[in-house]
Design a protein around this ligand. Structure first.
Ligand SMILES: [Zn+2]
Ligand SMILES: [Zn+2]
Length: 455
């Protein structure tokens, strides 16, 4: 029998291969022994042994036919509907026979349940495009195992080619993504910060591939009771510097003392030199008018406040239906980052799942034994397949964190980029892959994950 892919997450009605419900029609002469006035009975049968266990499906979610029996319709057909579960990787066959004559049934082809997610690529320079193309098949394959079919809509060149994309998310006032704001300052154009749109929302993830990425944050300090006009301070992070703008690294620098309002002293700071982890900020206020005179009186002090711009080199991130990666890390790491981040967007790794008994009564949730969250390293829900707990550096409340256990591959949903993560960015076959098959990716659940946010 032929296999028909049924994309159960997409809205019904556009084509009969979309949605969990599909109309079936049979002519009387297709059904053995059916005569005028006969009733036809319908039922579903599994098409193979690896369907998702119905314990994970409520009664309303289980495969079935709408009507157990039908009579001929004015259209001249026997008509019915088959209802598929929302899961991927199920196979079902619908059968029909004259009532009481199941031995002489007719069958449909095999329906195989899939979910479809679209992706739209933006690339910064042709190297980024070639880079993405080189990992695209593996990217699709990692999800195919969970019966999620990834389909590319378009690949679009960025508005400008830059060596590093500033991926900073601005949170005040309101959330905005300056790099998406369109020309002249944005790198790409995508709503809500820009005007660009995505098709097939809320099933479309926008992907930005860039050579390198960073983000910035503001770090403010205020110091009272200062006497020295020359000083320095060490920050345990690099500063954001821009060859074209000597003061890009400092957004505020002011001093004041009694009788004197806040005065700008940014020019009195010198450009800090970044090492990998440190940055030394120096200032010399001896030329600030009136300050030296003021400090000539031994009891006098002044106040200073300054805000520096911290540089955060980042590997990438995902936010709603947007994912940003840098090619700097190499194909394997970026592939892993993609499947990991899109995996989060598809609700991996889950902590627990609801279950029901044969009659549809609720059972207790099933807890994922490989699920872990922040206290053992990382932020967000992750998977610790093939990892073990070990001593953690200070800062983790648990005092322990997961690390590689020495055998097998780590899951792509492991909490950190690590050399033992599956080199093809795959979900662990024991825990995440079956859950990827079971996760609901219909409109309501994608909207709940804000997959309608960008574009
Ligand atoms: Zn993660
Ligand atoms: Zn896993």
């Amino acid at each position: 029998m032929a296999i028909i892919k049924q994309y159960v997450n997409l809205p019904s009605g556009v084509t009969n291969i979309h949605g969990t419900t599909r109309t079936l029609k049979l002519r009387p002469n297709n059904i053995p022994n059916v005569g005028n006035g006969d009733r036809v009975e319908w039922w579903v049968e599994p098409g193979w042994a690896t369907n998702t266990d119905e314990i994970y499906l409520s009664q309303a979610q289980r495969a079935r036919v709408r009507n157990a029996e039908t009579v001929i319709q004015p259209s001249g057909f026997f008509e019915n509907e088959v209802i598929f579960p929302h899961v991927g990787g199920d196979r079902w066959v619908v059968k029909a026979a004259k009532k009481g004559d199941r031995a002489n049934s007719v069958s449909t082809d095999i329906f195989e349940t899939w979910r479809k997610i679209y992706y739209t690529v933006f690339y910064v320079g042709n190297n980024s495009l070639n880079f993405f193309n080189a990992l695209e098949n593996d990217f699709q394959d990692a999800f195919k195992l969970g019966y999620v079919e990834l389909e590319n809509t378009t690949k679009t060149a960025a508005l400008t080619v830059v060596a590093k994309v500033d991926g900073t998310i601005v949170r005040n006032p309101g959330l905005s993504f300056p790099f998406m704001a369109g020309a002249p300052n944005g790198v790409i154009d995508l709503a809500p910060s820009g005007a660009g749109t995505l098709t097939n929302k809320p099933y479309n993830v926008a992907i930005l591939v860039a050579p390198d990425i960073y983000k910035t944050s503001q770090v403010a300090r205020q110091e009272l009771g200062r006497r020295a006009v020359v000083g320095s301070t060490v920050y345990h992070h690099p500063m954001f510097t821009d060859p074209g703008n000597a003061t890009a690294w400092i957004s505020q620098g002011q001093v004041r003392w009694p009788g004197k309002p806040w005065t700008n002293v940014i020019p009195q700071f010198s450009l800090p030199t970044n090492t990998r982890h440190n940055s030394v900020v120096r200032w010399d206020f001896s030329t600030v008018p009136g300050l030296t005179n003021h400090l000539a009186t031994a009891a006098n002090t002044y106040e200073m406040r300054y805000t520096v711009v911290r540089l955060h080199p980042i590997m990438g991130y995902s936010f709603c239906n947007f994912c940003l990666v840098r090619t700097k890390d190499g194909l394997t790491e970026v592939l892993q980052t993609f499947t990991h981040e899109v995996g989060h967007g598809l609700n991996q790794a889950v902590e627990k799942e609801p279950r029901w008994d044969t009659n549809g009564a609720s059972l207790c949730d099933e807890h994922n034994p490989r699920w872990h969250t922040d206290v053992y390293g990382g932020r967000g829900p992750h998977c610790h397949t093939n990892a073990v707990l070990g001593a953690a550096p200070p800062g983790l409340t648990s005092g322990q964190r997961y690390r590689y256990g020495g055998a097998g591959n780590l899951c792509t949903m492991y909490w950190s980029g690590e050399s033992h993560v599956d080199p093809k960015g795959k979900f662990c076959p024991s825990h995440c892959e079956p859950r990827l098959k079971r996760v609901k990716l219909d409109t309501a659940s994608m909207n709940a994950k804000f997959w309608n946010y960008f574009g």
